[in-house]
Design a protein around this ligand. Structure first.
Ligand code: SF4
Length: 83
């Protein structure tokens, strides 16, 4: 509950423990709560599984398509920021 910046957890005062109140807010690939949980109560699939899912579902191709649509829709510059 204290480590999640996306406010996934809330404290359940009746059960006297933290609960995943809004799990859909969890960010794929983040493992901060698992890494900082003193009770080691949280675990995730290995990142290799997530990479496989990204590949199988052609997520990058879909993200690029959305990015191009956003560029056209919002008139964003063609290239990224210059250093
Ligand atoms: S993995 Fe990250 S985003 Fe998801 S609940 Fe844990 S700390 Fe929050």
């Amino acid at each position: 509950m204290t480590s999640c910046g996306r406010i996934v957890f809330r404290y359940d005062y009746e059960a006297r423990k933290s609960v995943a109140y809004e799990p859909e807010r969890c960010m794929v690939g983040c493992t901060t709560c698992a890494n900082t949980c003193t009770e080691q109560a949280i675990s995730f699939q290995p990142l290799s599984d997530i990479r496989l899912l990204i590949k199988r579902n052609k997520i990058l191709k879909r993200v690029k398509k959305v990015a191009l649509l956003d560029r056209d829709r919002f008139g964003l510059p063609e290239s990224g920021p210059t250093a």
